[in-house]
Design a protein around this ligand. Structure first.
Ligand code: AMP
Length: 539
């Protein structure tokens, strides 16, 4: 067969050629933009030309600090198209971490959203390699800024070549993208994506048995473009010619509901906290969500209670998926097999709440105390994954040796596998609760609690215990309508029938909110610290 390199630039070329008329709908600070792929293609090429003019060379990093919008999409293709590396930076990290990341990746140029400017202005004097700042503003004129040299995006690309040719000699194993993931301890860790890895992952998103993205979709990635390339959606939607909707800066659940209704979104993707927020809005207003064929949910465990409402009340199929920054990210996805026709509603929801089956192209094993676990839904072990879109190291980082061993990525996630090969995550290795020498899954307890109508969010953590080493404590945020109206005993009784006695949380604490990570996941480490301090003060 021909050895034709798989390159990111070619994904956009297909959209320019075959889907020139189709649209990218993008919300920015000032308005909604509607651009065709023809326009996106020309603007992307102009941007690539501009980046070259700013001195960006092959293999060098172009950083972005931005929300989900069309300019960010253009950067997704401009940097890899010219042979540079797109480095998406998580704008919700601390200023210290952002500084570390920019210096560690040695970013040459930063593309920055207008509202992120104040943050960058505070820390830019620590940057060691940045040669230029491009402000992604709707205005041709530059907003006032202390950054230098700084350019307005629109002004910068204005006179550049709309036919600028992408590099044609790119080896598919060259880096195309980069993303840092926050570590539980220490500085964030960098993962580099090759052209080949991104393209193969893009194929995977189009498979009917995974997300099945296609030309007919109107796709809205709510997951930030700085969180593992918005799970690869911008690459896949562009290649397949789907219409794309970008919710832009500082969106809120009401805006998402409006966009779904107005733009007739067919598929959308985000972490569970986004869908918890959206459901609250749907409950209050009268929105037409009938266009949705799938809500893709990943990043942390999707609570069964949420899946139930989407599927039974709103008739929106819920696609639960699992992945990591290190896996580009889609690795597992939960779908019913064709012969599983006799599942009861409850069994089907249980299946949807599992993380799912391995995506074609990848390999996995689950390793327990005595080697590979049996597929019996009971034996627990750490999930190991390998495949063509799985990273094999952290970028210039000693912690590579902790996670990448013998050709496998050690995910740090503890899982069971059922007879059908469907994976269910029970915890992070660091979050498992060990009571009297036996493991308790915090995820199962959280799921059970979140199925109660009064519960908005539930997070179960371990607290030290003299006799049992550790015991589970549940931290619960009640929905507004139920505040101060539900006692902890009611919640304990509610979940009692589902668990062995020793699994039940010793206490239920009602909180105003659960601390979240920069990508909207429960931050268990911070919560454990907070609860332990609270308990010590009470003692
Ligand atoms: P990140 O690299 O920030 O995306 O985090 C990856 C981690 O998120 C994984 O190792 C899991 O612990 C967690 N995760 C991702 N998807 C899921 C899911 N569907 N259910 C439970 N945990 C998940």
């Amino acid at each position: 067969m021909m050895n034709v390199p798989l390159t990111v630039g070619s994904l956009l070329e297909r959209a320019e050629k075959y889907f020139a008329k189709k649209q990218v709908i993008s919300r920015t600070h000032s308005r909604i933009h509607r651009l065709t792929y023809k326009e996106i293609g020309e603007r992307t090429r102009k941007l690539a030309h501009a980046l070259e003019g700013l001195g960006v060379k092959r293999g060098e990093r172009v950083g972005t600090l931005a929300w989900n919008h069309h300019r960010h999409l253009e950067a997704y293709f401009a940097a890899p198209g010219m042979g540079a590396v797109l480095h998406t930076i998580n704008i919700r990290l601390s200023p210290e971490d952002i500084t570390y990341i920019i210096n560690h990746a040695e970013d040459q140029v930063l593309l920055i959203d207008e509202d992120i400017l104040p943050l960058v202005e505070k820390i830019h004097h620590h940057f060691k390699t940045v040669k230029a700042y491009v402000i992604m503003t709707d205005q041709e004129e530059l907003p006032e800024t202390s950054l230098s040299p700084a350019y307005s995006y629109e002004k910068l690309i204005e006179d550049k070549d709309p036919n600028y040719a992408f590099a044609t000699d790119i080896d598919e194993n060259e880096p195309a993208g980069m993303c840092y993931t926050s570590a539980t301890t220490g500085k964030p860790k960098g993962v580099v994506y090759t052209h080949r890895g991104i393209v193969l992952h893009t194929f995977a998103l189009g498979l009917t048995d995974t997300v099945g993205l296609s030309e007919s979709d109107i796709a809205m990635a709510v997951v930030p473009m700085f969180h593992v390339n918005a799970w690869g959606m911008p690459f896949a939607c562009t290649w397949f010619g789907s219409t794309q909707v970008f919710p832009g800066p500082q969106f809120h659940p009401k805006l998402l509901a409006e966009l779904i209704e107005q733009e007739k979104v067919t598929v959308t993707a985000g972490v569970p906290t986004i869908w918890i927020g959206l459901l609250q809005v749907l409950e209050q207003g009268n929105y037409d969500t009938s266009s949705l064929r799938a809500v893709l949910c990943g990043g942390s465990a999707a609570p069964k209670g949420i899946i139930r409402i989407f599927e039974t009340k709103y008739k929106i199929p819920f696609l639960h998926a699992y992945g990591m920054t290190e896996t580009t990210p889609i690795a597992l996805l939960s779908r019913r097999k064709s012969y599983q026709t006799d599942l009861s509603e409850e069994e089907l929801l249980d299946l949807r709440a599992k993380q799912g089956m391995l995506v074609p192209g990848l390999e996995m094993k689950v390793i327990g105390d005595k080697g590979e676990v049996k597929w019996n839904g009971v034996e627990m072990g750490e999930l190991l994954i390998r495949g063509p879109w799985i990273a094999n190291e952290y970028y210039k980082d000693d912690r590579t040796k902790d996670a990448f061993k013998d050709g496998w990525l050690h995910t740090g996630d503890v899982a069971v596998v059922d007879e059908e090969g469907v994976v269910k995550l029970v915890d992070r290795t660091k979050d498992l609760i060990k009571s009297g020498g036996e493991w308790i899954s915090s995820v199962d307890l959280e799921n059970a609690l979140m199925a109660h109508e009064a519960v908005l969010e539930a997070c179960v953590i371990a607290v030290p215990h003299q006799e049992w080493q550790e015991r589970p404590i549940a931290c619960v945020v009640l929905k507004d309508a139920y505040k101060n109206k539900v006692e902890k005993e009611e919640l304990q009784e509610f979940i009692r029938p589902q668990f062995a006695k020793w699994w039940l949380p010793d206490d239920v604490l009602f909180l105003d909110e659960i601390p979240k990570t920069s990508v909207g996941k429960f931050q268990k480490m911070a919560l454990r610290k907070q609860v332990n301090e609270q308990l010590n003060n009470m003692a």
